[in-house]
Write a protein that binds this ligand. Structure first.
Ligand SMILES: [Zn+2]
Length: 115
């Protein structure tokens, strides 16, 4: 991902509206290796969190850098969990297909054996 594209995904990352894990992964990979984009995200995150704090009148944690790092860590963890879940579903699908093939084979053998 290039800086220009990464810049276009800042709001999606901040408000958590990324709906594509692959793209989110590319975005995270980019911001973790590009200090300019990380800084841009950091500034936008501080502004966004500050405004949200004013709007909701909640106590604001002023450790924005720490909370952004947590948000990035959580996003990476979410992607990792989604990959594991996807793999698990794939294994269940393969298992179901094998069972169906076994049942069909058993039925066919039964039909040929008794006919
Ligand atoms: Zn960049």
């Amino acid at each position: 991902m290039k800086c220009e594209e990464a810049s276009g995904h800042i709001n999606e990352f901040i408000d958590g509206s990324f709906d594509n894990d692959e793209l989110l992964g590319e975005y995270l990979e980019h911001i973790c290796s590009c200090s300019a984009c990380y800084e841009e995200l950091d500034v936008m995150y501080i502004v966004s969190e500050g405004l949200n704090g004013l709007k909701t009148n909640e106590d604001i944690s002023f450790d924005f850098t720490g909370s952004l790092a947590d948000k990035i860590r959580e996003a990476k963890e979410g992607i990792r969990r989604a990959k594991i879940k996807k793999r698990r579903y794939l294994m269940i699908d393969v298992g179901c297909i094998l069972i169906i093939i076994n049942v069909i084979a058993a039925i066919l053998l039964d039909v040929f054996f008794w006919s």
